[in-house]
Design a protein around this ligand. Structure first.
Ligand code: PGA
Length: 258
């Protein structure tokens, strides 16, 4: 099994004011005192905090990500933010195709694909999200949905160095519900297989596939060691520095994930 360095990424969503930077300072402090060299950490605050967060995180080894980008570099698109602007603000990664964007803003696989290309153009890592809804989960179409989303959203030229896949069952996000470990293993193995078809030149084996949806300190120790789970995309539990650190800490002494 390929050794893949795990990533724990925190998605703050539409949460966080200037005062929340104290959580980043606390996280930085904890990691400085007791590093977790086995895993990478990333925080994705709202765009309004990127510049200040970049200052807090400078030199910490904690990466800074954004939550969305427009496909174009600039232009008449009121309220939108380009990948170039995010890079300019200090981000090195951007989440694209989060289910909340797909649902709230009607984002399609075609648009998510274009946003991933925009991330590459700006030198950012694209964190491409996929996941089935509760109805799709119930009617047994999870793998079909994921196959369609992967085929449509992930550019053929995606590489492990510039792309992370996040599998987030919509019904598990913010609900406290999680799939069984066996289901997570099946789905992540399936995703690895589809990536093998989608990507040019054998890039699939080294690409990180994160699990997301109600990950918290109490379940991270199990979920993050399921085969083909190479880290987590964490919403609610990433807002608190102690909880976020606790999820990183599960990797201490346990090395790389397969
Ligand atoms: P949650 O969100 O951890 O609050 O369930 C995960 C996500 O949507 O990225």
């Amino acid at each position: 099994m390929t050794a893949i360095r795990p990533l724990v990424a925190g998605n703050w969503k539409m949460n966080g004011l200037g005062a929340s930077l104290g959580e980043l300072e606390a996280l930085r402090e904890r990691l400085a005192q007791k590093p977790v060299p086995e895993a990478d950490a990333m925080v994705c605050p709202p765009a309004t905090l990127l510049t200040r967060a970049a200052q807090v995180l400078a030199g910490s080894g904690i990466a800074l990500g954004a939550q969305d980008c427009h496909p174009l570099a600039s232009g008449a698109h009121t309220g939108d933010i380009s990948a170039e602007m995010l890079a300019d603000a200090g981000a090195t990664a951007v989440i694209v195709g989060h289910s909340e964007r797909r649902i709230d803003h009607g984002e399609t696989d075609v648009l998510v694909h274009a946003k991933a290309l925009a991330a590459y153009r700006a030198g950012l890592t694209a964190i491409i999200c996929i996941g089935e809804t509760e109805a799709e989960h119930r009617d047994g179409s999870t793998l079909d949905v994921l196959n369609r989303q992967l085929q449509g959203s992930v550019p053929r030229q995606a590489r492990a160095a510039d792309t992370v896949i996040a599998y987030e069952p919509v019904w598990a996000i913010g609900s406290g519900l999680t799939p069984t470990l066996a289901d997570v293993a099946e789905v992540h193995g399936f995703i690895r297989g589809v990536l093998g078809q989608v990507l040019d030149g054998g890039a699939a084996g080294a690409m990180r596939i994160l699990y997301g949806g109600s990950v918290k300190p109490a379940n991270a120790g199990e979920l993050l060691f399921v085969p083909n789970v190479n880290g987590a995309l964490v919403g609610g539990a990433s807002l608190n520095a102690a909880d976020f650190y606790a999820m990183l800490e599960v990797y201490r002494g346990r090395g790389r994930s397969g």
